[in-house]
Design a protein around this ligand. Structure first.
Ligand code: CTP
Ligand code: MG
Length: 227
């Protein structure tokens, strides 16, 4: 396939505090990782690299088998690193063959609809070096210094970034090879390497499960949705 998707699932889930790696925590009868993979395999066909904590490779393979149906030949599982950036780098090294477009996706955004993947790929196909899904910022944002409100920030200039974040493979590989610092996301790392990154519409369901309240929200959404 010409699209590769790196699903990063190697985090420890400190803020969720569920007593184990976040990707393997159940939402309903299925884990966060399984739900994320269901979205990935509903998107246009892609090579899929799943990055997991050391020791969870076999569990991830089982989840991938169930989610991919008969396309498990497209799946590779690798061990992640201490930071998200290291985990992404490990995933990139595992891509093989003729992949031209790489999407990096947080497993923690477990309910991301397939259409978001298509939008990101569409923007790269239309000529962008990179494209990320964004949502408008809802809250009024202030710049603060200690207890002092320094300024209001113009909300129309702000957006919150989601995943999957997509890039031309050569651009992403080169940017990762050149990266000498930690970046907040792949778009920032690629922008630092001098490439323009465009925005496509994100989706409310692509929210990241970070805290226990986020997990509750995912549970309610799935309970309300027909299978
Ligand atoms: N991730 C990863 N490798 C790491 C850290 C994070 O693959 N060393 C992945 C997570 O599994 C997650 C995504 O990056 O899917 C976004 O990270 P985050 O939501 O911060 O997850 P955790 O790092 O697991 O959570 P926390 O920061 O609360 O510990
Ligand atoms: Mg983290």
């Amino acid at each position: 396939p010409r699209v590769g998707i790196v699903v990063v699932a190697a985090g420890s889930g400190t803020r969720l505090g569920a007593g184990g790696p976040k990707a393997f925590v159940g939402i309903d009868r299925h884990s966060i990782l399984r739900h994320a993979l269901d979205g990935v395999f509903a998107a246009p066909e892609a090579q899929v690299v799943i990055v997991v904590p050391e020791g969870r490779e076999g569990d991830a393979r089982t989840e991938a088998l169930e989610a991919s149906g008969d396309r498990s030949d497209l799946v590779t599982v690798v061990t992640g690193g201490a930071t998200r950036q290291e985990s992404v780098a490990a995933g990139l090294r595992a891509l093989w063959g003729d992949v031209e477009i790489v999407l990096v996706h947080d497993a923690a955004r477990a309910l991301t609809p397939p259409e978001v993947f298509s939008r990101v790929v569409g923007a790269i196909d239309a000529g962008a070096d990179g494209a990320i899904p964004v949502l408008p910022v809802i809250d009024t944002i202030k710049r603060v210094a200690g207890e002092e409100i320094v300024a209001a920030v113009d909300r129309s200039e702000l957006a919150s970034a989601q995943t999957p974040q997509g890039f031309r493979r050569d651009v992403l590989d080169a940017a990762y090879a050149a990266a000498s610092a930690e970046f907040t996301d792949d778009a920032a790392l690629v922008a630092d390497a001098g490439h323009a990154v465009s925005a496509v519409p994100g989706h409310p369901l692509a929210f990241k499960i970070t805290t226990a309240a986020d997990l509750d929200r995912a549970r309610h959404l799935l309970a309300a949705a027909p299978e």
